[in-house]
Design a binder for this molecule. Sequence first.
Ligand code: NOJ
Length: 757
Amino acid sequence: MKRLIPLIALFVLVSCQPKDPIEQRIDDLLAQMTLEEKIGQMNQLDPSWSAEEKEPLIAQGLMGSIFNIVDPQEVNRLQRMAVEESRLGIPLLVARDVIHGFRTIYPIPLGQAATFDLALVEEAARLTAEEAVQAGVRWTFSPMVDVARDPRWGRVAEGYGEDTYLTSQMGAAAVRGYQGSDSIVKLAACVKHFAGYAVSESGRDYNSTWIPEIQLRETYLPPFKAALDAGSLSIMCAFNDINGVPASANKHLNVNILRDEWQYDGLLVSDWGSIMNMVSHGIATDRRETAIQSLEAQVEMDMQSNAYLWYLKDLVEQGVVSEQQIDACVRDILRMKFRLGLFDNPYCEVETPQYFQPEALAAAQRAAEESAVLLKNNNALPLTSNLSPLTSKPTVLVCGPLAHNQHDQNGTWCFDKVDSMTITPLMAFRQLAKESKIRLIEQKGKHWSREVSQSNIAQLTRLAKQADVVLYFGGEESILSGEARCRAHLNLPGDQSEQLRALKATGKPVVLTVMAGRPLCIGDDIAAVDAVLYAFHGGTMQGPALANLIMGEVAPSGRLPITFPQAEGQIPLYYNKKNTGRPTDHPVLIDDIPVGAGQFSIGESSYWLEYGDQPLYPFGYGLTYTTFEYGPVVLSDTILDFTPYTLHPTLQVSCIIKNTGNREAVAVPQLYIRDLVGSLTRPVRELKGFQRVSIPAGESRTVTFTLTKEDLAYWHLAEGVDLGADGKYEFSAEQGAFHVWIAPNAAEGEPATFTLK
Ligand code: NOJ
């Protein structure tokens, strides 16, 4: 009994707490709502519906959300209908895909990940929210945190790359940026696509996925959890089926994990038509059945399927589903509306929207600068360096299909961009010519990345002969990446490779800048030119950003957020692979034949005959205009004891990085660990931290990371449980030896060793 007294006291204390005012208001509203009104809240439609179809629904309070309207007057008109004409005056949620900027466009998310700059990603999201809310948008379907290891998949552009830790950090930063820290959220985030969407077999969009529970938990779920922990007010289902169950009907994901384990109280919305798509998936015979399955899986809002709108009322009346199930959904939808302050302030207040503000343009430029990764440099860059053989005022040929393409440099998913506000590389170099910093030769005319034109090549080589250096801006048009834009060949489209070779044959230095939505397998093109900047699609200010990098005003500081394969046949290729029982230990190509340097001979190790097991560039890779030397890794202890009375609850890992070149630049040290022996096989490396450190020429900086026990933990079978026994997994660290690196990328560095007791 004695032991029970504190428990009883706690219970009394908790039950005497006044109810959260938002929950109280939700209770009051729910008590007044009819079944039809409740179901109405669970629908989202886009404006392609005619006024006759949608307006009566809104005016009767039978619509929870609309999306894709960005005219503030129209938003307010519809909102007024919901608030002033409907019986209970429940405001609409107004949504839009605001993915990497609203009017001012920032680099595609994959490019943002290449910055390894969380503060900048958060800032870009904050400034994006400031623009979007002026158009009446209060809910964005972003960030996408699908860990993507297949660059054939077009949507690799929309996420933060291949790594779970980097994606988690980036996604959380974006959520903080969109939502801000005030109690009333400005722009609600929606983390997506829950879950496993990027694992679509063979990189073909919407394809099936098979993801074992442990891999799901270890690789694909943590970024969702991180975004929800950062406060994301909503989450979106994926299109794919996962282990045979479409995400929109997946109780394991949406109920067991999201609600029961994670205790999430935000809104779960379907993807566009993903509820009715379950008929095509072949797990429901008609839309009515899809409504049942999605409701059972607690999908709370139906985006564009009309399955809830048309069938839920009957289903409740027939006793197939219950009103309590509906109430649970509506409760979360109303909660989101309260968290956005919509009941108190439903209208968009800005009269004259302020877009493209200097602060936004400056952040967009900085993001474009930081997202470009220097992959190769045979002293061709920067143009103004003392090392450069060029005159102080070089004659520059600016050419290639993305040199002056205001539409395409913005990349995928930016419906609200303004092409005419986009500054291309050619425009930036024209400005430099005006300032007498260069002499400019331009390739006239509009060019497409997929174009093949011999006359173009003849014109290009003629122009190149008059120049000191060729700046070729190539890559992919924006339409080649994004949703349903998967590619089987990851080459430079059209005759870009031919153009590059013809340009190189003129004997002039050729600098290739790639503006693309994914990693491309362009090792041969890279070998053919003198320098390569991999810039992704960089948005509104990419032109000036690239000019700054090329001229040397800014030193490149981007690092690859995803492994670059040598060939499509290596995909999926990612750094934190398992070692296998027969690792190659990095064979080298000798006369085009890979020769293993490890303990296993060529005939018995894990590699591709043509390519060994190595990528073109590893995760985390990137050069700059100086060189860095990483000193040995120093540990605060070599034996880690996390028992309760330990004096060493964390491990400090540090190293000295020296700038051994002649200009200041940013190093991006990356902390990796390897659990040498586990009860399940462990990856050869796992990213656990990163920093950006600016180091002046000739100087050194000490970087320090802190590892906690959680950093060493992973998902494995609970002790004494055999593989296959469902639900018996645990997340914990196992005793034994670990390697730890502070390295410039995932393939370099020397590890130190410590032991976890
Ligand atoms: C489908 C896409 O998969 C999703 O990412 C997007 O947010 C919705 N359509 C809404 O446009």
